[in-house]
Write a protein that binds this ligand. Structure first.
Ligand SMILES: *Cc1c(COP(=O)(O)O)cnc(C)c1O
Length: 356
């Protein structure tokens, strides 16, 4: 039976990406070699990374003056690379979840951190509003989609300081005004490729203004200068990322992806809101993520949560168990997940509700 993959990350990839990656593992670009065993300095791989960079720029409409990097170390590495390269004295952070908290912890190693607002008081079930970002900070850091808690900022805030965003779990799900940001980063394993590569989009002019020495590998300038080829980049994830980027372009780009994502999320949230058995953990529709839908059973049915996960698995549904810090369920509706899988989940919820 075909599985309906709702894992939060690593997560579903398009069939196009998986098929082309499988083919290239056997024979890469007609070289007679596997993509697993080819030099990153070969002209065939250079063509892959060049096209991947160009497609990131095209799909996100990246303006002049920015570089696109493909780095190792995961999004978590960016939690320290950002302050290492940008934090002189003080930075502002919006605390909207576990990943934001982790980023804050790292930034504190490099300077003063002003947490301008936090939704920790309510287990991160909302996006703080009405905060002010001080004008004397080196940058303001946000997490656009909170993968664990299912909240999302589907807009590009207006601030008068440099802005940095962790877009690991919602990149390519909407058009972004890149010109408002100085650094955008995203681990690939949510909406792009297998784990192992992180996309960084950096405004070149923000680099080189801190006094501290920066280790070569952690200095963005190293990777800008060398086109992400200072050392061996994650060859296979970059190859897969290219396949996904081509597929996204073929589908009509991020505007089209957003339409599909919104439709999938609306379908599931409607089913949750109209059910007597399930309820969403994020109540303000404006804050609800279209990538990660978090929900639980109402107190009356709470003890059936485990049973529902088992029931869903008989329908081929996998990966809906909520993160341990939220409980209940989380259905991740990344770009590659078809509406048909959402329909199967909704039908399973209805059938289960009717049984009880
Ligand atoms: C998954 C995730 C991370 C962590 O990514 P790693 O690549 O595992 O370091 C960071 N931020 C967000 C928003 C995430 O969803």
């Amino acid at each position: 039976m075909k599985k309906h993959n709702f894992y939060a990350g690593p997560s579903i990839l398009s069939e196009y990406t998986i098929k082309n990656t499988a083919d290239a593992i056997l024979d890469f670009a007609g070289t007679g070699l596997s993509v697993l065993e080819v030099s990153h300095r070969s002209k065939e791989f250079q063509a892959v990374i060049d096209e991947a960079m160009a497609l990131v720029k095209e799909l996100l409409d990246v303006p002049e003056g920015y570089s696109v990097l493909f780095l190792g170390g995961g999004a978590s590495m960016q939690f320290c690379m950002v302050p290492y390269n940008l934090l002189k004295k003080k930075a502002a952070y919006l605390e909207t979840g576990t990943w934001a908290s982790n980023a804050i912890k790292e930034a504190r190693l490099f300077g003063e951190v002003d947490v301008v607002a936090s939704s920790k008081d309510a287990n991160f079930t909302y996006i703080p509003k009405g905060y002010t970002v001080p004008s004397d900070v080196d940058y303001f850091h946000i997490t656009t989609n909170n993968t664990i808690y299912g909240t999302e900022m589907r807009y590009d805030p207006d601030v008068n300081v440099r802005m940095v965003a962790d877009m690991s779990s919602d990149i390519f799900s909407r058009p972004v005004d890149v010109s408002k940001y100085d650094i955008i980063y995203a681990g690939a394993q949510k909406n792009l490729a297998p784990a192992g590569v992180t996309i960084v989009i950096v405004r070149d002019e923000v680099l080189g203004h801190v006094d501290r020495p920066i280790p070569t590998m952690l200095d963005y300038r190293t990777h800008v200068k060398k086109g992400s080829m200072f050392n061996t980049p994650p060859v296979l994830p970059i190859f897969s990322a290219l396949q996904t980027l081509r597929y996204y372009k073929e589908l009509g780009g991020v505007k089209e992806l957003e339409k599909m994502d919104m439709a999938k999320a609306a379908r599931l949230y409607d089913a949750i809101d109209s059910s007597r058995m399930f309820e969403g953990t994020v109540t303000d529709p404006a804050d609800r993520s279209i990538m990660n839908v978090c929900f639980v059973m109402t107190p009356e049915y709470k003890e059936l949560e485990k049973e529902f996960i088992d029931f869903a698995s008989t329908k081929g549904i996998v990966g809906i168990k909520g993160h341990r810090s939220v409980g209940g369920f989380r259905a991740s509706l990344y770009n590659a997940l078809p509406m048909a899988s959402v329909e199967v989940l909704v039908a399973a919820m209805k059938e289960f509700e009717n049984k009880h």
